[in-house]
Design a protein around this ligand. Sequence first.
Ligand SMILES: [Zn+2]
Length: 340
Amino acid sequence: MGTLNPALFPHAGRGIRWSVAGLLREDQFKMLVVMAWKEVLECGKYYMNLQKCWNWASLLLAGAAIVAVASGQSWAAEKAPKRLLVVTVTKGFRHSSIPTAEKVLAELGAKSGAFTVDYARVEPTDADFKGADGKPDQAKVDAAIVRVLAEKMNATALKNYDGVVFANTTGTLPLPDEAAFLDWIKSGKAFIATHSAADMFHHKDGEVDPYIDMLGAEFKEHHEQATVECLNQDLRHPATRAIGKSYVVKDEIYLMKNFSRDRVHGLLSLDKHPNTGGAGDYPIAWCRKYGKGNVFYTSLGHREDVWESPIYQAHLLGGIKWALGLEQGNAVPQKTLSAQ
Ligand SMILES: [Zn+2]
């Protein structure tokens, strides 16, 4: 039989390949069409049973219409931008690069067409929070943080998103339900985190918070900003594909604790201490599976000019696309630091 007229059914070809949008398997659908067409020819040829002929012709037309509509819908769903919640609230140090981070993430989404952004943000310098002394009233700021996280990150609200970005967040955020959030990631969602998102949920007793367990490391300390050569550990991964063998960048470089190479797929690392130059293994960026979810973290992103640089934006966009499942990349822990 011939194919459906593409002018009438522009999505039908795709839909058939994709299992007719889940209604029928491709082979089942083809069998049905062949059966119907044979019947039409048969009864048309002998004029034996006009009613039967009409029934089969109707079925064939109805089937074609269902395929066109259903596959059109699946095509639309496939192409619709993903939805990211960008969280920039802070309970510790607040980076001056946060407004730049918010802007860059929105621009990357708009330019790529890959995602749209919503924000969970509280800017302490906003007029709403001004205290009697003209400075931000911390109690008002804290109350607003509780409010915005309760609104955007409760288990029901999270269903509105495909992924969450912690962009330079700090401290122990008052999440409405941390366990529910982690379960949400595990269910197959994306979690993307930059720089100080590792400087969160510290425990004085040395206990490792479940958030840190999910992320793959915890911020320990940093020294003065330094220009470092980050070695690219995966030349094919969407997050590091645009980077050659190494990425030279000036930033505030984090030293980590509660990190283990066998729990992450390394993307960028240093083989020298960022400040002393002594040999060692200093992880900079990685990704990992968390249940069915995808976690991407880059410790870079302290400085505004890092956020504004095309190479960092390519790194971040690739990591976001990978975490959202839009592009494929390895997440298996490696045995060595060398590029693969
Ligand atoms: Zn910083």
